[in-house]
Design a protein around this ligand. Structure first.
Ligand SMILES: Nc1ncnc2c1ncn2[C@@H]1O[C@H](COP(=O)(O)OP(=O)(O)OP(=O)(O)O)[C@@H](O)[C@H]1O
Length: 254
């Protein structure tokens, strides 16, 4: 469904991504992992066509993304950035904007409004529906931004550190909604995550970026102390409890 071949990206002469390859399918939950500055956001922005790679091909359903019109791409790819600015819109209005690529004219249809309502319900935002965005907490705002991308009903949902501002309960709630969406609606979810244990719990596929390249990619079988220690530059152990894998950093106090 999404295929990336030989992607190279540089900011002027500063090379960030080199010969990136990726092939993932609808219905998968994919985590993009790696240290700060490894190029994860840059990679997502290339897929969302916010940044233009110097070379390489990104194909969705066999079609090069450079041939999609902006509106058609917005129907296919939803993108939740790492940072966003709040505006003087209500939660309801902001999520409705996510439906814009589907508008037939300039007014939303009944389906558009129903979708907004259902997403507001799904994300537990009903009590905030008519609150202005600049009156929300960081975590509430984060949920609205994700809800807006979900209302867009994309085939591919790209999320850059979607759980950063959330407390543990909301982290799990949001990841569970995204996981359910990927399974039930066959959406391809690609998310940058820093919490390895939550990534392991929710993802079907892992992409580790290091030294500008895909250092390792694959299913749970690639989660090993060697790979994680190598990518993050720290010593780790992998432990199992209740059939779940946990990455535990080895911290030696001096
Ligand atoms: N607009 C820009 N101009 C120049 N360099 C940039 C720009 N944006 C990012 N970079 C650099 O590109 C590299 C990759 O950045 P990117 O944001 O993709 O990393 P990341 O893996 O998402 O990091 P983090 O986990 O800290 O969010 C970094 O060295 C960063 O400083």
């Amino acid at each position: 469904m999404l295929e990336v071949q030989g992607l190279n990206f540089a900011f002027k002469d500063f090379e960030v991504l080199k010969e990136i390859k990726l092939k993932v399918q609808k219905g998968q939950f994919v985590s993009i992992l790696g240290n700060n500055g490894a190029g994860k956001s840059t990679f997502l922005k290339c897929i969302a066509r916010i940044l233009k790679p110097q070379s390489g091909i990104i194909m969705i359903d066999g079609k090069d993304i450079s041939y999609y019109s902006s509106n058609d791409l917005a129907k296919v790819v939803g993108y939740v950035p790492q940072r966003y600015t709040s505006t003087r819109l209500t939660v309801f209005e902001s999520i409705l904007i996510g439906r814009k690529p589907h508008f037939a004219g300039i007014t939303p249809s009944k389906e558009d409004l129903q979708m907004v309502e259902s997403v507001i319900e799904k994300f537990g935002l009903k009590h905030l529906a008519f609150r202005y965005l600049d009156e929300l907490s960081g975590g509430e705002m984060q949920k609205v931004v994700i809800a807006r991308a979900v209302a867009q009903q994309p085939k591919i949902l790209l999320l850059d550190e979607p759980i950063n501002n959330l407390d543990l309960k909301n982290q799990i709630e949001v990841l569970s909604i995204l996981k359910k969406l990927s399974r039930e609606n066959e959406i391809l979810v690609i998310s940058v995550l820093h919490d390895l244990n939550l990534a392991i719990k929710f993802s079907d596929y892992f992409v580790f970026i290091k030294d500008k390249c895909v250092f390792a990619s694959g299913g749970r079988e690639i989660i090993s102390p060697e790979i994680i220690s190598n990518v993050y530059g720290i010593e780790v152990k992998i432990e199992t409890s209740d059939n779940q894998l946990f990455v535990v950093p080895v911290i030696r106090m001096i």
